[in-house]
Design a binder for this molecule. Structure first.
Ligand code: R5P
Length: 289
């Protein structure tokens, strides 16, 4: 046994140097357990503390969405440019290559299809299974002002309790029904409720007026939802403004995978998020591919 044969006393104690300890400096996460911080440091790039999440979980309530008919063909080639992939356990196990090493944000709520009342969701994944697929976070829809508001909040708080046990962060996805106005006042309300009740980060839509107040009032990181497909220049501009107002990244789906050139688009989005590239320059980069 080499250790027993050569046991010398160590001398490099550096007794006068205070021990270093560097918690992951992400908004609101300083008091989280090590596992939580470690997982968040996989979703949010440590050098910029921002993220480009690619959202492809649409099938969980609306089936094979345009652009997601064949995830193996349309999405897997984009994974090298995604900081994290928001998807379902079915898609992970059937289609996402484990060797891609992409951190997964696992969709953990569901139930109703587009044919029914969407806010009537339940938890759809246990935390143990989230750990089994190596999820770096789990995502749950929260319908503030929706018909099943309390039930969806309860889904989130149950998931947070389970996440705390396993060290897996929870992403609250604030859903906006057709009847609700996406203004700063509503978004402040929805995102703050999610954070107060334990969500570790929150996904929210962008609003043109006062989005900085939404970000400021939310004590944990906000990621901007993409929403319906926009012209590429507009989507890049929206992302730029959201980040300038304090968002910590984007969680975009259709604006990436429904683009004419998804690979160029995800790279342009990445340049906005991680290099703070201005919208015109990012669009130019998109055009150059
Ligand atoms: C909606 O609430 C879900 O989270 C979506 O399935 C998805 O994440 C939305 O992405 P996008 O609106 O950018 O296509």
């Amino acid at each position: 046994m080499a250790d027993n044969e050569d046991r010398t006393e160590g001398a490099r104690f550096a007794a006068s140097v205070p021990q270093r300890h560097e918690p992951f400096p992400l908004k609101g996460c300083g008091a989280l357990d090590w596992g939580m911080q470690s997982r968040l440091a996989r979703v949010f790039r440590p050098d910029t503390r921002r993220t480009v999440m690619l959202a492809i979980d649409h099938g969980y309530f609306q089936g094979p969405t345009t652009g997601l008919e064949r995830v193996d063909l349309s999405i897997v080639p984009l994974l090298p440019w995604a900081d994290a992939l928001m998807t379902t356990r079915g898609m992970i196990r059937s289609t996402i290559p484990p060797a891609s090493r992409v951190p997964v944000v696992l969709r953990a709520s569901g139930g109703p299809s587009i044919l029914k009342e969407l806010s009537d969701e339940q938890l759809a994944v246990g935390m143990e299974d989230a750990a089994r697929v190596n999820a770096c976070a789990v995502a749950v829809q929260v319908f503030i002002g929706g018909e099943h508001e309390t039930q969806s909040v309860r889904n989130m708080t149950r998931l947070v309790d389970a996440g705390q046990r396993y060290g897996i962060p929870v992403l609250a996805v604030t859903a906006v029904g057709k009847e609700l106005t996406r203004d700063a006042r509503y978004l402040r309300l929805a995102t703050r409720i999610c954070a107060e009740l334990g969500a570790h980060f929150v996904k929210t839509y962008y609003c043109e007026r006062d989005f900085d107040t939404v970000a400021a009032a939310c004590p944990v990181p906000l990621v901007m939802a993409g929403g319906r497909k926009l012209p590429e220049r507009d989507a890049l501009t929206m992302a730029y403004h959201a980040l300038s107002c304090g968002a910590a990244g984007v969680d975009m789906g259709r604006n990436i995978f429904q683009s004419d050139t998804p690979q160029a688009m995800i790279r342009a989005v990445g340049a906005v998020v991680h290099e703070s590239l201005k919208p015109e320059d990012a669009y130019d980069r998109y055009l150059r591919g």
